[in-house]
Design a protein around this ligand. Structure first.
Ligand code: KG4
Ligand code: ZN
Length: 343
Protein backbone atom coordinates (compact mmCIF):
# COMPACT_ATOMS: atom_id res chain seq x y z
CA UNK A 1 0.00 0.00 0.00
CA UNK A 2 1.40 3.42 -0.83
CA UNK A 3 1.74 6.18 1.79
CA UNK A 4 -1.06 8.05 0.06
CA UNK A 5 -3.55 5.19 0.63
CA UNK A 6 -2.39 4.39 4.16
CA UNK A 7 -3.75 5.90 7.36
CA UNK A 8 -0.95 8.14 8.61
CA UNK A 9 -1.12 9.90 11.97
CA UNK A 10 1.32 12.45 13.33
CA UNK A 11 1.82 12.33 17.11
CA UNK A 12 3.07 15.32 19.10
CA UNK A 13 4.39 15.24 22.67
CA UNK A 14 5.34 18.36 24.65
CA UNK A 15 4.11 17.75 28.22
CA UNK A 16 7.37 18.36 30.07
CA UNK A 17 10.91 18.89 28.81
CA UNK A 18 11.09 16.73 25.68
CA UNK A 19 9.76 17.91 22.33
CA UNK A 20 8.85 14.88 20.27
CA UNK A 21 7.04 13.99 17.05
CA UNK A 22 6.27 10.57 15.60
CA UNK A 23 4.47 9.11 12.62
CA UNK A 24 2.34 5.97 12.75
CA UNK A 25 1.26 4.46 9.48
CA UNK A 26 -1.31 1.64 9.47
CA UNK A 27 -0.38 0.85 13.07
CA UNK A 28 3.39 0.85 12.50
CA UNK A 29 5.70 3.53 13.87
CA UNK A 30 7.79 4.91 10.99
CA UNK A 31 9.58 7.72 12.86
CA UNK A 32 10.04 8.92 16.43
CA UNK A 33 12.12 12.07 16.91
CA UNK A 34 12.90 13.39 20.39
CA UNK A 35 14.68 16.67 21.18
CA UNK A 36 15.52 16.82 24.85
CA UNK A 37 16.26 20.10 26.54
CA UNK A 38 19.60 20.76 28.18
CA UNK A 39 18.56 24.22 29.35
CA UNK A 40 17.40 22.87 32.74
CA UNK A 41 20.69 21.26 33.81
CA UNK A 42 22.00 24.36 35.60
CA UNK A 43 18.80 24.70 37.64
CA UNK A 44 18.51 21.21 39.11
CA UNK A 45 15.01 20.73 37.71
CA UNK A 46 12.67 21.67 34.87
CA UNK A 47 12.07 25.43 34.66
CA UNK A 48 8.58 25.70 33.09
CA UNK A 49 9.20 29.00 31.28
CA UNK A 50 12.44 27.73 29.75
CA UNK A 51 10.72 24.48 28.79
CA UNK A 52 7.99 26.21 26.80
CA UNK A 53 10.51 28.44 25.04
CA UNK A 54 12.60 25.41 24.07
CA UNK A 55 9.45 23.64 22.79
CA UNK A 56 8.72 26.67 20.60
CA UNK A 57 12.21 26.49 19.17
CA UNK A 58 12.13 22.71 18.65
CA UNK A 59 8.64 21.91 17.47
CA UNK A 60 8.92 22.85 13.78
CA UNK A 61 12.26 21.09 13.12
CA UNK A 62 11.19 18.03 15.15
CA UNK A 63 7.89 17.61 13.26
CA UNK A 64 9.66 18.28 9.99
CA UNK A 65 12.26 15.62 10.71
CA UNK A 66 9.65 13.05 11.80
CA UNK A 67 7.80 13.47 8.50
CA UNK A 68 11.04 13.30 6.53
CA UNK A 69 12.25 10.14 8.30
CA UNK A 70 8.82 8.53 7.81
CA UNK A 71 8.83 9.51 4.14
CA UNK A 72 5.38 11.05 4.56
CA UNK A 73 4.26 14.33 3.07
CA UNK A 74 2.06 16.43 5.39
CA UNK A 75 -0.77 16.20 2.85
CA UNK A 76 -0.77 12.42 3.33
CA UNK A 77 -1.65 12.76 7.03
CA UNK A 78 -5.05 11.44 8.13
CA UNK A 79 -5.06 12.99 11.62
CA UNK A 80 -2.90 14.65 14.28
CA UNK A 81 -2.69 13.32 17.84
CA UNK A 82 -1.28 15.47 20.61
CA UNK A 83 -0.73 15.32 24.37
CA UNK A 84 -3.52 17.35 25.95
CA UNK A 85 -2.33 16.62 29.50
CA UNK A 86 -1.30 16.05 32.20
CA UNK A 87 1.84 18.19 32.16
CA UNK A 88 3.16 21.74 32.39
CA UNK A 89 0.67 24.28 31.05
CA UNK A 90 3.16 26.32 29.01
CA UNK A 91 4.71 23.19 27.50
CA UNK A 92 1.33 21.66 26.65
CA UNK A 93 0.24 24.94 25.07
CA UNK A 94 3.03 24.82 22.51
CA UNK A 95 2.24 21.26 21.37
CA UNK A 96 -1.52 21.69 21.42
CA UNK A 97 -1.50 25.03 19.56
CA UNK A 98 0.83 23.60 16.95
CA UNK A 99 -1.29 20.44 16.54
CA UNK A 100 -4.50 22.46 16.27
CA UNK A 101 -3.14 24.90 13.70
CA UNK A 102 -1.70 22.12 11.58
CA UNK A 103 -4.90 20.05 11.74
CA UNK A 104 -6.92 23.13 10.83
CA UNK A 105 -4.64 24.05 7.93
CA UNK A 106 -4.74 20.50 6.56
CA UNK A 107 -8.43 20.11 7.35
CA UNK A 108 -7.91 16.80 9.14
CA UNK A 109 -9.13 15.59 12.57
CA UNK A 110 -7.37 16.34 15.83
CA UNK A 111 -7.03 13.65 18.49
CA UNK A 112 -6.41 14.40 22.16
CA UNK A 113 -4.20 11.97 24.06
CA UNK A 114 -3.73 11.48 27.78
CA UNK A 115 0.02 11.31 28.42
CA UNK A 116 -0.24 8.73 31.24
CA UNK A 117 -2.50 6.41 29.27
CA UNK A 118 -0.09 6.73 26.36
CA UNK A 119 2.80 5.54 28.58
CA UNK A 120 0.82 2.34 29.24
CA UNK A 121 0.30 1.91 25.48
CA UNK A 122 4.04 2.15 24.74
CA UNK A 123 4.00 -1.63 25.15
CA UNK A 124 2.17 -1.94 21.82
CA UNK A 125 4.59 0.10 19.73
CA UNK A 126 5.60 -1.76 16.60
CA UNK A 127 8.56 -0.08 14.93
CA UNK A 128 9.55 -3.16 12.98
CA UNK A 129 12.22 -4.02 15.57
CA UNK A 130 10.20 -5.70 18.29
CA UNK A 131 11.14 -9.26 19.12
CA UNK A 132 8.42 -10.05 21.67
CA UNK A 133 4.63 -9.99 21.40
CA UNK A 134 2.72 -7.16 23.11
CA UNK A 135 0.79 -7.88 26.33
CA UNK A 136 -2.55 -9.64 26.12
CA UNK A 137 -5.48 -7.70 27.51
CA UNK A 138 -6.22 -7.21 30.34
CA UNK A 139 -2.82 -6.50 31.86
CA UNK A 140 -1.44 -4.55 34.79
CA UNK A 141 0.90 -1.69 34.01
CA UNK A 142 3.13 -0.12 36.62
CA UNK A 143 3.49 3.38 35.18
CA UNK A 144 6.36 5.19 36.87
CA UNK A 145 7.35 8.64 35.67
CA UNK A 146 8.69 11.89 37.08
CA UNK A 147 5.27 13.06 38.23
CA UNK A 148 3.19 9.87 38.55
CA UNK A 149 3.33 6.40 40.04
CA UNK A 150 0.34 4.27 39.14
CA UNK A 151 -0.75 0.67 38.88
CA UNK A 152 -3.12 0.64 35.93
CA UNK A 153 -5.54 -2.07 34.96
CA UNK A 154 -5.49 -1.88 31.18
CA UNK A 155 -8.77 -3.39 30.02
CA UNK A 156 -8.54 -2.30 26.40
CA UNK A 157 -6.48 0.13 24.36
CA UNK A 158 -8.82 2.92 25.46
CA UNK A 159 -10.32 1.72 28.71
CA UNK A 160 -8.03 1.81 31.74
CA UNK A 161 -8.45 2.11 35.48
CA UNK A 162 -5.99 3.27 38.13
CA UNK A 163 -6.10 0.67 40.91
CA UNK A 164 -3.24 2.11 42.96
CA UNK A 165 -1.24 5.34 42.92
CA UNK A 166 1.06 7.50 44.96
CA UNK A 167 -0.52 9.65 47.64
CA UNK A 168 2.36 12.14 47.53
CA UNK A 169 5.67 12.07 45.62
CA UNK A 170 6.20 9.95 42.51
CA UNK A 171 8.99 7.35 42.41
CA UNK A 172 10.87 9.41 39.80
CA UNK A 173 10.56 12.48 42.00
CA UNK A 174 11.94 10.51 44.97
CA UNK A 175 14.96 9.56 42.86
CA UNK A 176 15.43 13.06 41.42
CA UNK A 177 15.16 14.73 44.84
CA UNK A 178 17.60 12.30 46.46
CA UNK A 179 20.04 12.93 43.61
CA UNK A 180 19.72 16.66 44.19
CA UNK A 181 20.47 16.24 47.91
CA UNK A 182 23.56 14.23 46.92
CA UNK A 183 24.66 17.07 44.62
CA UNK A 184 24.15 15.01 41.45
CA UNK A 185 22.96 16.57 38.16
CA UNK A 186 19.32 16.67 36.98
CA UNK A 187 17.57 14.42 36.06
CA UNK A 188 18.88 12.30 38.91
CA UNK A 189 17.15 9.01 38.06
CA UNK A 190 19.55 7.93 35.29
CA UNK A 191 22.57 9.07 37.37
CA UNK A 192 21.45 7.04 40.39
CA UNK A 193 20.89 4.10 38.02
CA UNK A 194 24.49 4.35 36.77
CA UNK A 195 26.08 4.74 40.22
CA UNK A 196 23.87 2.04 41.78
CA UNK A 197 25.28 -0.56 39.38
CA UNK A 198 28.70 -0.13 41.10
CA UNK A 199 27.33 -0.19 44.64
CA UNK A 200 26.14 -2.63 47.31
CA UNK A 201 22.34 -2.53 47.59
CA UNK A 202 22.44 -4.05 51.10
CA UNK A 203 24.88 -1.48 52.50
CA UNK A 204 22.15 0.70 54.04
CA UNK A 205 18.58 0.02 54.95
CA UNK A 206 15.89 2.61 54.22
CA UNK A 207 12.46 2.27 55.87
CA UNK A 208 9.59 0.73 53.97
CA UNK A 209 6.51 2.99 53.82
CA UNK A 210 3.49 1.40 55.47
CA UNK A 211 0.54 2.35 53.27
CA UNK A 212 -2.53 0.12 53.14
CA UNK A 213 -3.97 -1.26 49.90
CA UNK A 214 -2.40 -0.70 46.51
CA UNK A 215 -1.38 2.94 46.99
CA UNK A 216 2.15 4.23 47.33
CA UNK A 217 3.87 6.94 49.32
CA UNK A 218 7.43 8.13 48.77
CA UNK A 219 7.64 11.37 50.73
CA UNK A 220 8.58 9.66 54.04
CA UNK A 221 11.36 7.79 52.28
CA UNK A 222 12.73 11.03 50.91
CA UNK A 223 12.71 12.61 54.39
CA UNK A 224 14.41 9.57 55.93
CA UNK A 225 17.04 9.85 53.21
CA UNK A 226 17.71 13.44 54.20
CA UNK A 227 18.08 12.52 57.93
CA UNK A 228 20.24 9.54 57.07
CA UNK A 229 22.67 11.77 55.17
CA UNK A 230 22.66 14.46 57.85
CA UNK A 231 23.50 11.98 60.60
CA UNK A 232 26.28 10.34 58.65
CA UNK A 233 27.75 13.65 57.52
CA UNK A 234 27.93 14.78 61.15
CA UNK A 235 30.38 12.00 61.97
CA UNK A 236 32.11 11.93 58.57
CA UNK A 237 32.10 14.94 56.28
CA UNK A 238 33.34 12.76 53.38
CA UNK A 239 30.50 10.26 53.77
CA UNK A 240 28.83 11.06 50.44
CA UNK A 241 31.93 10.86 48.29
CA UNK A 242 33.19 7.74 50.08
CA UNK A 243 29.93 5.80 49.89
CA UNK A 244 28.10 7.34 46.92
CA UNK A 245 27.64 4.10 44.97
CA UNK A 246 26.40 2.19 48.04
CA UNK A 247 24.01 5.02 48.96
CA UNK A 248 22.55 5.07 45.43
CA UNK A 249 22.30 1.26 45.24
CA UNK A 250 20.56 0.99 48.64
CA UNK A 251 18.14 3.84 48.00
CA UNK A 252 17.26 2.59 44.51
CA UNK A 253 16.78 -0.94 45.90
CA UNK A 254 14.26 0.32 48.45
CA UNK A 255 12.30 2.21 45.80
CA UNK A 256 12.29 -0.85 43.57
CA UNK A 257 11.17 -3.13 46.41
CA UNK A 258 8.32 -0.75 47.30
CA UNK A 259 7.22 -0.54 43.65
CA UNK A 260 7.27 -4.32 43.26
CA UNK A 261 5.61 -5.00 46.59
CA UNK A 262 2.35 -3.33 45.58
CA UNK A 263 2.56 -4.71 42.05
CA UNK A 264 2.75 -8.27 43.43
CA UNK A 265 -0.24 -7.56 45.61
CA UNK A 266 -2.20 -6.17 42.66
CA UNK A 267 -1.33 -9.18 40.50
CA UNK A 268 -2.62 -11.47 43.23
CA UNK A 269 -5.78 -9.47 43.96
CA UNK A 270 -6.73 -9.23 40.29
CA UNK A 271 -5.42 -12.70 39.36
CA UNK A 272 -3.51 -11.24 36.44
CA UNK A 273 -0.13 -12.52 35.29
CA UNK A 274 0.32 -10.18 32.31
CA UNK A 275 2.50 -7.54 33.91
CA UNK A 276 4.02 -4.48 32.26
CA UNK A 277 6.03 -1.46 33.27
CA UNK A 278 6.19 1.94 31.56
CA UNK A 279 7.27 5.56 32.10
CA UNK A 280 10.70 7.12 32.59
CA UNK A 281 11.62 5.14 35.72
CA UNK A 282 11.03 1.88 33.83
CA UNK A 283 14.36 2.64 32.11
CA UNK A 284 15.96 1.84 35.49
CA UNK A 285 18.08 -1.28 35.24
CA UNK A 286 17.49 -2.28 38.86
CA UNK A 287 13.72 -2.14 38.35
CA UNK A 288 13.87 -4.01 35.04
CA UNK A 289 15.98 -6.80 36.57
CA UNK A 290 13.77 -7.07 39.66
CA UNK A 291 10.67 -7.25 37.49
CA UNK A 292 12.12 -10.04 35.37
CA UNK A 293 13.12 -11.93 38.53
CA UNK A 294 9.60 -11.52 39.97
CA UNK A 295 8.22 -12.73 36.63
CA UNK A 296 10.27 -15.95 36.95
CA UNK A 297 9.20 -16.43 40.54
CA UNK A 298 5.48 -15.76 40.13
CA UNK A 299 4.98 -17.04 36.59
CA UNK A 300 4.21 -13.60 35.14
CA UNK A 301 4.59 -12.64 31.50
CA UNK A 302 6.67 -9.51 31.94
CA UNK A 303 6.57 -6.74 29.33
CA UNK A 304 9.15 -3.96 29.34
CA UNK A 305 9.33 -1.29 26.62
CA UNK A 306 12.64 -0.61 24.85
CA UNK A 307 14.50 2.28 26.52
CA UNK A 308 13.49 4.92 23.96
CA UNK A 309 9.79 4.25 24.63
CA UNK A 310 10.11 4.36 28.46
CA UNK A 311 10.97 8.05 28.74
CA UNK A 312 8.78 10.69 27.09
CA UNK A 313 8.32 10.14 23.36
CA UNK A 314 5.74 10.86 20.67
CA UNK A 315 5.61 7.27 19.40
CA UNK A 316 3.40 6.39 22.37
CA UNK A 317 1.22 9.44 21.64
CA UNK A 318 0.88 8.37 18.00
CA UNK A 319 0.09 4.82 19.17
CA UNK A 320 -2.68 6.06 21.49
CA UNK A 321 -3.99 8.39 18.77
CA UNK A 322 -4.11 5.42 16.42
CA UNK A 323 -6.53 3.56 18.71
CA UNK A 324 -8.70 6.67 19.13
CA UNK A 325 -8.75 7.18 15.37
CA UNK A 326 -9.82 3.57 14.78
CA UNK A 327 -12.68 4.19 17.24
CA UNK A 328 -13.56 7.47 15.46
CA UNK A 329 -12.79 9.46 18.63
CA UNK A 330 -11.62 12.89 17.59
CA UNK A 331 -11.20 16.09 19.58
CA UNK A 332 -12.95 19.42 19.32
CA UNK A 333 -10.76 22.28 18.06
CA UNK A 334 -11.71 24.58 20.94
CA UNK A 335 -10.29 22.30 23.68
CA UNK A 336 -7.41 23.84 25.60
CA UNK A 337 -4.54 21.95 27.21
CA UNK A 338 -5.34 20.19 30.47
CA UNK A 339 -2.40 20.27 32.94
CA UNK A 340 -4.27 18.03 35.40
CA UNK A 341 -6.07 15.96 32.81
CA UNK A 342 -8.21 13.24 34.37
CA UNK A 343 -7.25 9.67 33.58
O1 KG4 B 1 8.15 9.52 31.81
P1 KG4 B 1 9.21 10.54 31.95
O2 KG4 B 1 10.28 10.61 30.88
O3 KG4 B 1 8.62 11.98 32.10
C1 KG4 B 1 7.46 12.23 32.84
O4 KG4 B 1 6.36 12.03 32.28
O5 KG4 B 1 7.64 12.58 34.02
O6 KG4 B 1 9.90 10.25 33.38
C2 KG4 B 1 10.94 11.06 33.88
C3 KG4 B 1 11.47 10.41 35.15
C4 KG4 B 1 12.48 11.28 35.90
O7 KG4 B 1 12.15 11.27 37.27
C5 KG4 B 1 13.80 10.56 35.65
O8 KG4 B 1 14.75 10.74 36.68
C6 KG4 B 1 13.34 9.12 35.57
O9 KG4 B 1 12.13 9.17 34.84
N1 KG4 B 1 14.29 8.24 34.90
C7 KG4 B 1 14.95 7.24 35.53
C8 KG4 B 1 15.79 6.65 34.55
N2 KG4 B 1 15.61 7.31 33.36
C9 KG4 B 1 14.67 8.28 33.60
N3 KG4 B 1 14.91 6.83 36.80
C10 KG4 B 1 15.70 5.80 37.13
N4 KG4 B 1 16.54 5.19 36.28
C11 KG4 B 1 16.62 5.56 34.98
N5 KG4 B 1 17.45 4.94 34.13
ZN1 ZN C 1 5.95 10.84 30.79
Amino acid sequence: MSAAEATNILGIESSCDDTSAAVISNGKILANIVADQNVHMDFGGVVPELASRAHQKNIVPVVDKALRVAGINKHQLSAIGYTRGPGLLGSLLVGSSFAKSMAMALNIPLIEVNHMKAHALALFIDDGKRTTPPPTLPYLCLTVSGGHTQIVLVKSHREMEIIGETLDDAAGEALDKAAKILGLPYPGGPVIDRLAREGNASAFEFPEPKIPGLNYSFSGLKTSFLYFLRENLESNEHFIEQRLNDICASYEARIVSVLLGKLKRAAKEFSISEIAVAGGVSANRGLRAALLAAGEKFGWNVHIPPMQYCTDNAAMIAQAAWYHYEAAETAAMHLGPSPRMKF
